[in-house]
Write a protein that binds this ligand. Structure first.
Ligand code: ZN
Length: 257
């Protein structure tokens, strides 16, 4: 996938909405000017449709702006929880969540598992390609500046398919012994900010340290005290600082029904 692909948001181009409307009743023959106007109107209509598509996707996915209060317009998005674990990949079959370029039933690398050493610029990897574009942009700007400070930023996790998230949850339940305890660390596929492309996990202690000091300048905020690696976009953090953290994902009302 080329770097410039409009990640996840835009299906190539919507089909033209049928033939251009003929001049009504045919009282006059369409002249060159009429045809030009019709063409311009058709182009405008396509532009509006594309714009509406973008807006619809953005709205339906509930861009996680401004903290928890502003995401209430969307009931099934932008929640987030945890990470722990990158257990073995097992089969799962969940579909239907997320944008058109996100295969929510995929597992392995196609489902968002990132190869070791993935950088913020490896956008041909599905786990990065599936990120919300604004988050990816902020991540890349931060990684560039971190690099100038001598800090290499590795991305351990970005977008995850619902199937991959379910695997992580299954592993966490097995590891922690209960669904309640697992919920402190790993979100449901339906509530995970990773599944919606709204969260990244930063690798290396140097990088998490750098992000803890500088992330807010890019609207990148740590959300949970127990997950120093998990960052999400929070509009306004650049000027107001990041919102208070939850102790852990179990305290996050976004993940509760
Ligand atoms: Zn995370």
């Amino acid at each position: 996938m080329p770097d410039t692909a409009p990640l996840a948001l835009t299906p190539s181009r919507p089909p033209l909405p049928g033939p251009p409307a003929a001049p009504s009743a045919g009282r006059r023959r369409p002249g060159a000017r009429d045809l030009a106007l019709t063409g311009a109107a058709a182009l405008l209509l396509v532009a509006l449709l594309v714009g509406a598509g973008w807006a619809g996707v953005a709205f339906s996915r509930g861009l996680s702006v401004g903290g928890s209060s502003s995401s209430s317009s969307s009931s099934s998005s932008s929640s987030s929880v945890g990470d722990d674990g990158a257990g073995p990949v097992r089969s799962a079959d969940l579909t239907g969540v997320g944008g058109p370029s996100r295969d929510q039933g995929a597992t392995g690398e196609a489902g968002g598992v990132l190869p070791d050493g993935t950088s913020a610029f490896d956008v041909d990897v599905p786990g990065l390609a599936g990120l919300e574009p604004r988050l990816l942009d902020a991540l890349q700007r931060a990684a560039t500046d971190a690099s100038s400070d001598g800090v290499d930023v590795v991305v351990n996790s970005g977008w995850r398919s619902a199937a991959y998230q379910q695997q992580l949850l299954d592993d966490a339940v097995a590891k922690y012994g209960s669904a309640r305890e697992a919920a402190r660390w790993v979100a449901l596929p339906t509530t995970s900010a990773h599944v919606s492309g709204d969260a990244v996990d930063i690798g290396s202690w140097d990088a998490t340290d750098w992000f803890s000091r500088n992330g807010a300048a890019y609207d990148l905020c740590q959300i949970y005290e127990n997950e120093s690696w998990h960052y999400e976009l929070r509009d306004g953090a650049t000027t107001n600082g990041c919102p208070p953290m939850y102790h852990d994902a179990g305290e996050d009302p976004r993940v509760r029904p």
